[in-house]
Design a protein around this ligand. Structure first.
Ligand code: ASP
Length: 413
């Protein structure tokens, strides 16, 4: 039995345990929270890997590029794709919300929620440069870590022969961290089981039924975005089989679904990128950590829909100018959202204020959405991670850091 277990591909094991989690959660009810620690163990294990993995693989990835000029084109392509796909996500979200009218006639009740102060959003550009890289690593400040790692990698690359020993060290370090990630992933099926059982047991999913139109808009938007935008990137732009892409991404999607955090999923995202999608380390280790921090297609779909939902619920008329304002602020929110559960919900104020929803009304909207945010968050995190992988595939192909045979072969994880 143990042999069959280890011979089964990881995504199948995760999927099986996810289904089992739903069944157990349904039968056990609230009692399923007693195994919450198991989910916690899994999340702690993958979070543990994130910082060292990103640091060493990014530095070694930059060195492996071998040409500083490549860094510029890789960066430009990545950012262009990230912004482009987010724009599509917003258009899809806003169109669906305008069509389905999820907020029409909704009574937001009186369950308001305190919101964090978001006034500092957008003023954080300078903070990307860490004054103390060690502190940035210790605090897990992803953008600062990325900034320093790129510089360090470029520095080692430019040093040439003298930098070779340290280049070898980072190269070996990245192999080791990927190995550790694989080991940690063996815990994934059990962690996913506990997380899902707890969620189903506490009634998280059933709460969704009370807000059907909103749910239909969010679920529809997320699925459409993956099929139309990510699918088209594969099929029409890269001329690759879209089905293979989704199969290869499956392992990361399942972990994203269970953890609701693209940052916790990152080690898995990097490993499926390399093992299943043929994305080579220089691209996987740079594009994916950046994506998990700033590229959130699912979040963009969601935030756009909620903005229109709130306008409809408060009877605010939205003209073209308002839609444009929503789109712009949603872009910033999806960039600024932390890659952790329910993060975007608490940044909603930034978008809502541009259409004249005040702080008290925003607190009402957030209070109303909060009880069933988790299942929607699970879905948007899947889309966030899929978006990162689709952009990484495109950039890898354009930058010649792509192994098409691996992409076309049946996924190994
Ligand atoms: N949970 C999402 C993520 O980590 C962020 C959000 O939309 O709340 O990708």
């Amino acid at each position: 039995m143990l042999k069959t277990w280890f011979e089964t591909t990881l995504w199948k094991r995760i999927m099986g345990m996810l289904v089992l989690g739903i069944i157990v959660g349904q039968i056990w009810g609230e009692g399923a929270t007693s195994i919450a620690w198991l989910g916690d163990v899994f999340i702690r294990l993958i979070r543990m890997v994130v910082v060292p993995l990103v640091f060493v693989t990014l530095v070694s990835g930059i060195i492996a590029m071998g040409d500083p000029k490549k860094l510029g084109s890789l960066g430009a392509r990545t950012m262009g794709m990230y912004i482009g796909t987010t724009a599509f996500a917003i258009v899809i979200g806003l169109s669906l919300a305008a069509l389905l009218q999820p907020g029409a006639g909704v009574d937001l009740g009186s369950t308001s929620r305190d919101l964090p102060d978001t006034s500092t959003l957008g003023s954080g550009i300078a903070s990307i440069i860490p004054t103390n890289p060690i502190a940035a690593l210790a605090q897990g400040k992803m953008l600062a870590i990325i900034f320093f790692s790129i510089l360090l990698g470029a520095g080692i690359m430019l040093t040439g022969a003298k930098g070779k020993p340290i280049a070898t060290l980072f190269d070996a370090g990245s192999e080791v961290m990927l190995k550790i990630t694989h080991l940690v992933m063996e815990v994934a099926p059990f962690g996913v089981f506990a997380l899902i059982a707890g969620m189903v047991g506490t009634g998280g999913i059933t709460k969704l039924f009370s807000v059907m139109p909103l749910v239909v808009a969010v679920v529809g938007g997320c699925i459409l975005h993956m099929l139309i935008v990510h699918g088209s990137i594969m099929k029409f732009i890269l001329k690759l089989p879209a089905g293979r892409f989704f199969q290869g991404a499956r392992g990361a999607q399942l972990v994203a679904f269970s953890t609701s955090s693209s940052s916790a999923t990152l080690p898995v995202t990097i490993s499926v990128a390399e093992d299943n999608l043929g994305i080579k380390t220089p691209v996987a280790s740079s594009v994916l950590p950046l994506g998990s921090t700033i590229n959130m297609d699912g979040t963009a779909v969601y935030v756009g829909i909620v903005a229109v939902f709130a306008a409809q619920a408060f009877g605010i008329h939205l003209g073209l100018a308002e839609y444009v304002m929503i789109a712009l602020s949603t872009t910033f929110v999806s960039i600024g959202t932390a890659a952790v559960p329910s993060a975007s919900l608490f940044l909603m104020a930034t978008v809502l204020q541009v259409i004249g929803v005040d702080a008290a009304q925003t607190a009402l909207v957030v209070g109303f959405l909060f009880p069933f945010d988790r299942p929607l968050d699970m879905l948007r995190t899947v889309v966030n991670v899929t978006g990162d992988l689709s952009v990484a595939t495109a950039v890898a192909k354009w930058e010649d850091e792509f192994n098409e045979d691996v992409f076309r072969a049946a996924p190994t994880e």
